[in-house]
Design a protein around this ligand. Structure first.
Ligand SMILES: Nc1nc2c(c(CN[C@H]3C=C[C@H](O)[C@@H]3O)cn2[C@@H]2O[C@H](COP(=O)(O)O)[C@@H](O)[C@H]2O)c(=O)[nH]1
Length: 306
């Protein structure tokens, strides 16, 4: 996680299209007196939860597919969460490692009750197969064993996921440097922590090492708050729904500056109010705020990472 922190800080200090406004961070922090609004995990009441290993399997599969819903304007994250939940409730073996390896696009669509091809459907199916194969090869078929191998360390779990599952290797090259973002791997840790309320499979000694999850909602909220300032060219691209090519400076800056801005917010809360706030808590507040404003313009990049 140190790599996520240090490389995104480097992007922020070399940024050409996105600027972090420290004064606005201070205003936000002061206006809340350092108290981040508490948002309950699964405030939407959409997730599968049985307090056991099957919940871990559900979360891992969901986070393997947790990217890029926007190309279909009627589709969102909730459809995936609820679809997988219902599939599991009807058939406890629906997400077993051997099953995951055989799903086809039409079968995935049917499971999610989606009437037409999903965005990046072939990639989603490939990622499901990858998860099934590697869980079977290295973890006895169970994501719960992957989590157990992390020894209650969030940082170790993210590393293990990146090592074993290429689809989770959310890196970018920026001005000649490798930048680490790890959105889906980190969100899996946060989902476990939230679902199990920091106990059992959600017990991580270093949960504060996790950063926010750089998706397409959080940068939009930080912009709305005035914390991120975009260049006028980037404003036009985002506001006109123009696609931003993955790996471009603009895309990497949007994501990396979001991570760094929230780290700065945490530091300021600590300095001014003596409170230790988790990035996960800030993320959940920002994200839940953003998804409640469907008209909020967000950047559009075709990606499997977020
Ligand atoms: N930063 C951040 N990004 C998140 C999530 C979540 C869901 N988190 C669960 C955990 C607790 C809650 O109760 C949620 O159930 C999804 N996303 C991202 O949003 C985008 C989807 O947007 P739309 O197309 O409107 O559905 C897409 O990139 C998706 O990957 C989060 O928490 N943080």
């Amino acid at each position: 996680m140190d790599e996520v922190r240090s490389t995104t800080a480097w992007v922020a200090s070399h940024s050409s299209h996105v600027n972090i406004d420290s004064l606005e961070i201070e205003k936000v922090v002061d206006s809340m007196q350092g108290n981040i609004p508490v948002v309950e995990w699964d405030f939407e009441k959409i997730h599968y939860f049985d307090n056991g290993p099957l919940t871990v399997q559900y979360m891992f599969v969901l986070d393997a597919l947790n990217f890029c819903f926007w190309p279909d304007k009627d589709l969102n994250y909730d459809h995936f969460a609820m679809g997988l939940k219902e599939a599991l409730e009807n058939d406890k073996s629906a997400l077993d490692a051997d099953h995951l390896q055989t799903y086809t696009g039409p079968e995935l669509r049917k499971m999610l009750k989606w009437p037409r091809p999903l965005p990046s459907e072939e990639e989603r199916v490939r990622l499901l197969h990858e998860v099934g194969q590697e869980l079977e090869r290295s973890f006895g078929g169970e994501a719960a064993n992957l989590v157990k191998s992390s020894g209650n360390s969030a940082a170790t779990l993210v590393k293990l996921i990146a090592r074993h599952f290429p689809g989770f290797r959310d890196h970018a090259l920026y001005k000649g440097r490798q930048i680490f973002l790890y959105k889906r791997a980190q969100i899996f840790v946060a989902d476990l922590w939230g679902a199990f309320k920091g106990k059992s499979f959600g017990n991580f000694d270093d949960v504060n090492s996790i950063t926010i999850f750089a998706d397409y909602i959080v940068p939009a909220v930080l912009r709305q708050l005035g914390v991120l300032k975009y260049s006028s060219a980037l404003c036009k691209m985002v506001d006109s729904d123009m696609e931003i090519v993955p790996g471009t400076e603009e895309e990497v800056e949007l994501r990396a500056c979001s991570i760094h801005a929230v780290e700065k917010m945490r530091e300021l809360i600590k300095k001014k109010f003596g409170k230790q706030v988790l990035s996960i808590e800030i993320d959940l507040w920002l994200w839940s705020y953003g998804v409640r404003i469907p008209t909020l313009p967000h950047h559009r990049t075709l990606s499997i990472y977020y």
